[in-house]
Design a protein around this ligand. Structure first.
Ligand code: HEM
Ligand SMILES: *[C@@H]1O[C@H](CO)[C@@H](O)[C@H](O)[C@H]1NC(C)=O
Length: 233
């Protein structure tokens, strides 16, 4: 990416200034690197604490491996077939809230639920508050990947109307024109990481650790684990 940006500069006319290039690189590192590594760490933590979810995830990925043999790389179709993984990804994003909310500025006076937000004011929209709301997510504090299962597959069920309303309030990547441009990439990265993690390794936590939310969401000690290569393959 840096090379591409520097190339633009070399072309003269319409290229980026050094300051713009630095801005791009820092923005990508902050927005794309910490977020992804944090969500991977938290997925491992939540799965470690939920052996049933981990077992079901392992099963899904063992099946994919069995289909492909040991060395063949993952393809898009494989990714698309990871239905339980997608539940785990959503539930991890929901519980983790690694971006707790987003700022918006009112471009004009906005009336909402009897309040007026005057033009020019800044608003902090708390994504976490919505994701942790019991009205939207039953037992909201519990990591429960199966709650997403009603959404996968097209078979209509009695819960289809409630599940679509859940998706409307589930916005881990923000919303509108400024919605995270890395959202799909982040989902793929987490899924591929989980595939290799559960098919090739087993692990146990090395220390007690806990989630902290300020100033950013992360684990206090970075959730150290003791990893072992699995050789049952
Ligand atoms: C789990 C991982 C990630 C989460 C939870 C996340 C979440 C978010 C959120 C909530 C926003 C603000 C959206 C808004 O204002 O409505 C955002 C913006 C952004 N994200 Fe992500 N992100 C993740 C990964 C990534 C990755 C992998 C990249 C790039 C490789 C990326 C690049 C960006 C950029 C450039 C913006 C600023 C967009 C703008 O202001 O127009 N993010 N992200
Ligand atoms: C995960 O959430 C997204 C919304 O961000 C939704 O489109 C998708 O259907 C959800 N996946 C599952 C398996 O519920």
């Amino acid at each position: 990416m840096l090379a591409a940006l520097l190339d633009e500069e070399g072309d003269g006319g319409g290229g980026f200034s050094d300051e713009e290039i630095v801005d791009f690189m820092v923005a990508l590192l902050v927005a794309g690197y910490e977020t992804t590594s944090t969500i991977m760490t938290l997925a491992v933590k939540f799965l470690t604490e939920n052996p049933c979810a981990l077992a079901e995830l392992k099963e899904e990925h063992a099946e994919i491996r069995a289909r492909k043999g040991e060395a063949e790389t993952l393809q898009w179709d494989d990714y698309k077939s990871m239905s339980f993984t997608q539940c785990v990804v959503n539930e991890t994003l929901r519980v983790a809230n690694i971006i707790s909310g987003v700022f918006r500025r009112a471009m004009r006076d906005v009336s909402i639920k009897g309040y007026t937000i005057p033009k020019g004011w800044q608003v902090f929209a708390s994504l976490r508050a919505v994701h942790m709301d019991h009205n939207h997510f039953k037992d909201a504090r519990t990591f429960n990947p199966w709650r997403w299962q009603a959404n996968s597959g097209s078979s209509s069920s009695s819960s289809s109307s409630s599940s679509s309303s859940v998706i409307n309030v589930f916005t881990p990547f923000g919303g509108g024109p400024r919605r995270c441009p890395g959202a799909e990439l982040a989902r793929v990265e987490l899924s591929v990481f989980l595939h290799h993690m559960v098919t090739r390794f087993s692990w146990v936590p090395a220390e007690q650790d806990k989630l902290v939310f300020f100033p950013t969401t992360r684990t206090q000690k970075r959730y150290p684990i003791i990893v072992e290569r699995r050789d049952d393959s």
